[in-house]
Design a protein around this ligand. Structure first.
Ligand code: PLP
Length: 345
């Protein structure tokens, strides 16, 4: 019997019970529209508490909008945004950041394990400074990265130094920010504003919501008129409470962190299992909730025939992503199947 099981992505997962519970609570009676409701107030306050910061908070529908609109708020159309070549803003947002900013150009840099380095940033900033080139204004970092790796606090601070030197702002794509907090054993504040991050896009969707990302402006000046930008872009939810109330569920009793810790633990188990199978190599250090394995094409095909869902990613590797809804027995079944398929080749 083939399974029908997935490690394709954390956005294949459903809504976690705590978020569902708050969704139901917000449905018990009517409330004001467009974010003027008590749920939205509560979610924003809980985020400010979680981050130990009096930041400005906005909620939008998805990550592309969160990144695109916040980047647009951080620079002018003649500015540029420095990102890694694997960054979601570059590879998976269909030009959304450029569109929202009326043309701010993404400057694509490199670095091992999906991370920009201070050197790579400095190179991009200094290679051209003339009037014909879009002026670098923002660095965007993905935490955890598209390949599941992490920027340490020291790495973030070193990037902040370069940013200060060249007058750059720092944006963080936190599609998997919760997994980074869980893995780094740091506080949310320590890996954001205390390390020089100006704006964070914090994903609720990949952590266990149906829909909804929070944008946190630690640098409050950058949030000027941001609500109009969201409205114009079609990102102001009229029944906002159905985004924000589930956020209250995530933020209560550290559910967001527990979800992420669980997903990371599942990925660690998967890593251990794969290390025990002869002939397989991990493509990147496993540091959060994703495992990238150099699985031969025929092995990937055989696994799919057994009912497993996963993505073929960068350079043909197999990507397995764990979520709040993954289970350890499910990981064990996957490891077992990979082992069998490898041995039967
Ligand atoms: C999933 C993801 C996003 C958000 O994608 P949407 O589909 O627009 O919600 C942003 N950045 C990264 C790194 C992601 O993995």
């Amino acid at each position: 019997m083939p399974h029908n099981e997935q490690f394709a992505s954390d956005n294949y997962a459903g809504i976690c019970p705590q978020a569902m519970d708050y969704m139901a609570r917000a449905n018990e009676r009517d409330a004001s529209a467009y974010g003027e409701d008590p749920w939205t107030q509560m979610a924003a306050d809980r985020l400010r508490e979680t981050f130990e910061s009096d930041c400005e908070v906005y909620f939008v529908f998805n990550g592309t909008a969160a990144n695109s609109l916040s980047l647009a708020a951080m620079c002018q159309s003649f500015h540029s945004v420095i990102c890694h070549e694997l960054a979601h803003v570059e590879t998976d947002e269909c030009g959304g950041p450029e569109y929202a900013s009326n043309g701010s150009k993404l400057l694509v840099g490199t670095g091992p394990d999906g991370k920009l380095t201070p050197q790579s940033i400095e190179q991009m900033v200094t290679r051209r400074t003339d009037i014909h080139y879009p002026k670098p204004r923002v660095i965007t970092l993905t935490q955890s990265t598209e390949v599941g790796t992490l920027y340490s606090i020291e790495e973030l601070k070193a990037i902040r130094e370069v940013a200060d030197h060249y007058g750059l702002r720092i944006h963080m794509d936190g599609a998997r920010f919760a997994n980074a907090v869980a893995a780094l054993d740091a506080t949310p504040a320590e890996i954001t504003w205390k390390a020089g991050v100006d704006v964070l896009c914090f994903s609720g969707t990949k952590n266990g919501l149906a829909v909804g990302e929070a944008i946190l402006f630690f640098n409050r000046q950058l949030a000027e008129d941001f609500e109009w930008r969201c409205k114009q872009a079609g990102q102001l939810a009229s029944k906002m409470r159905f985004i924000s109330a589930p956020w209250c569920g995530l933020l209560e009793d550290d559910t967001w962190l527990k979800n992420a810790t669980h997903a990371n633990a599942c990925a660690e188990r998967l890593e251990d299992g794969i290390r025990g199978i002869a002939g397989l190599e991990l493509c990147f250090p496993r540091q959060s909730n994703a495992v990238f394995v150099d699985l031969p094409g025929d092995v990937q095909t055989a696994l799919r025939a057994r009912g497993w869902h996963f993505y073929t990613f960068i350079g043909g590797a197999a990507r397995f992503v764990c979520s709040w809804s993954s289970t350890l027995p499910q990981v064990d079944r996957l490891v077992q199947d990979i082992g069998e398929v490898m041995r039967n080749r």
